[in-house]
Design a protein around this ligand. Structure first.
Ligand code: SF4
Ligand code: SF4
Length: 79
């Protein structure tokens, strides 16, 4: 099973709540503002992410999402 991790930088208001709960210190705030003037979060160390989902749960603006990706092999096994 693999996962797709995405951050909607335009939704993010740079509050930093997700940073505080990430057990792997994956996330950081960007030094570039989004279109509404906030510094959005980004995955500075994606290789350390364990896809625990804590950042998604914590974000009050639903700016982070993690989606399971079915591999071709998985789909073959199901059908
Ligand atoms: S899914 Fe977990 S490890 Fe990955 S960035 Fe979010 S809180 Fe950190
Ligand atoms: S909790 Fe949500 S709004 Fe706050 S910095 Fe993280 S992604 Fe952005």
């Amino acid at each position: 099973m693999s996962y797709q991790f995405s951050i909607d930088a335009e939704r993010c208001k740079g509050c930093g709540l997700c940073l505080t709960v990430c057990p792997k210190k994956v996330l950081q705030l960007s030094d570039t503002v989004n279109s509404v003037g906030y510094y959005p979060v980004y995955r500075a160390r994606p290789e350390d992410c364990n896809y625990c989902g804590l950042c998604c749960i914590m974000c009050p603006d639903v700016a982070i999402s993690i989606t399971e990706i079915q591999s071709t092999k998985d789909q073959t096994e199901v059908s």
